[in-house]
Design a protein around this ligand. Structure first.
Ligand SMILES: O=C1O[C@H](COP(=O)(O)O)[C@@H](O)[C@H](O)[C@H]1O
Length: 251
């Protein structure tokens, strides 16, 4: 992987603007090259940081009809449950932009975590087989154009947590967890081989709660040891960090 690009901003508002410009350019680039733009959303604070995309001039400058939306991780709850990442994304972002409903891929409801993970993985493999999604020639996993990745204050990404074996998964594309340390306990999540097959990853991290984990991931001794899931984010494409002043306060 090429060294990550680290972009630091004075405020979360500036992060939101820079992120909108970055996504706008990638959207145009991938649509021109492939006719579509596959985007993977995290939940959490990321969704609010996408707000500029729903406003002029950005909202009118994007060909939303070509976007395909996937979920990096999901809580195994009904899609209208307050804990659902789909509901968070729908209320805060997807309902405000004209992405066709058939281009949005939420998890299937009423399945166990294990079944929901297997079903989502099968659906991704089907989309690769019918050329809706690309494959990484290096890893054989699906190759998404852009993953928008948030980070929890203790350094988790997606639903891949410290001290949980899912972060070492090598074969599955999507796995599950039934004892998430952050509620709710039942979740499905993309695995690191799938995450790291992406063309572009944006790590979007704001707020002082994240400062300690940012120090471990990006500070002077960052590469001496690898205790945090976020340190395993290492795509075959490009990695860009979007950080506000508070998140970098320990660097
Ligand atoms: O539980 C989750 O947490 C992470 C981080 O959320 P944040 O609120 O600290 O930004 C999020 O990226 C993930 O999608 C979500 O399920």
């Amino acid at each position: 992987m090429a060294p990550p690009t680290i972009q630091k901003f004075e405020s979360e508002e500036q992060v939101a603007v820079a992120l909108a410009i970055y996504i706008l350019h990638l959207s145009a680039k991938f649509i021109a090259a492939n006719g579509s733009f596959s985007v993977v959303l995290s939940g959490g604070t990321l969704i609010d940081t996408l707000r500029k995309l729903t406003e002029p001039p950005y909202v009118n400058s994007i060909d939303w009809s070509k976007w395909l939306i996937f979920f990096l991780d999901e809580r195994v709850v009904p899609l209208d449950h307050p804990d659902s990442n789909y509901k968070l994304a729908y209320d805060g972002f997807l309902s405000k932009v004209p992405i066709p409903k058939s281009n949005i891929y939420p998890i299937k409801e009423k399945l166990s975590p294990e079944e929901a993970a297997a079903e989502y993985e099968q659906r991704l493999k089907h989309l690769v087989a019918n050329n809706t999604l690309k494959t990484s020639p290096t890893t054989g996993f699906a190759k998404f154009d852009l993953m928008l990745v948030g980070m929890g204050p203790e350094g988790h990404v997606a639903s891949l947590f410290c001290w949980h074996f899912q972060r070492f998964e090598k074969k599955k594309w999507v796995t599950y967890i039934t004892d998430s340390p952050k509620p709710p306990p039942n979740r499905i999540t993309f695995t690191f081989p799938l995450i790291n097959s992406a063309s572009e990853i944006a790590m979007v991290v704001t707020g002082e709660d994240a400062a300690d984990a940012v120090k471990v991931a990006l500070g002077k001794h960052a590469y001496d040891y690898y205790p945090l899931p976020v340190q395993k984010v290492s795509p075959e494409g490009s990695l860009t960090w979007f950080l506000d002043k508070e998140a970098t306060s320990e660097l």
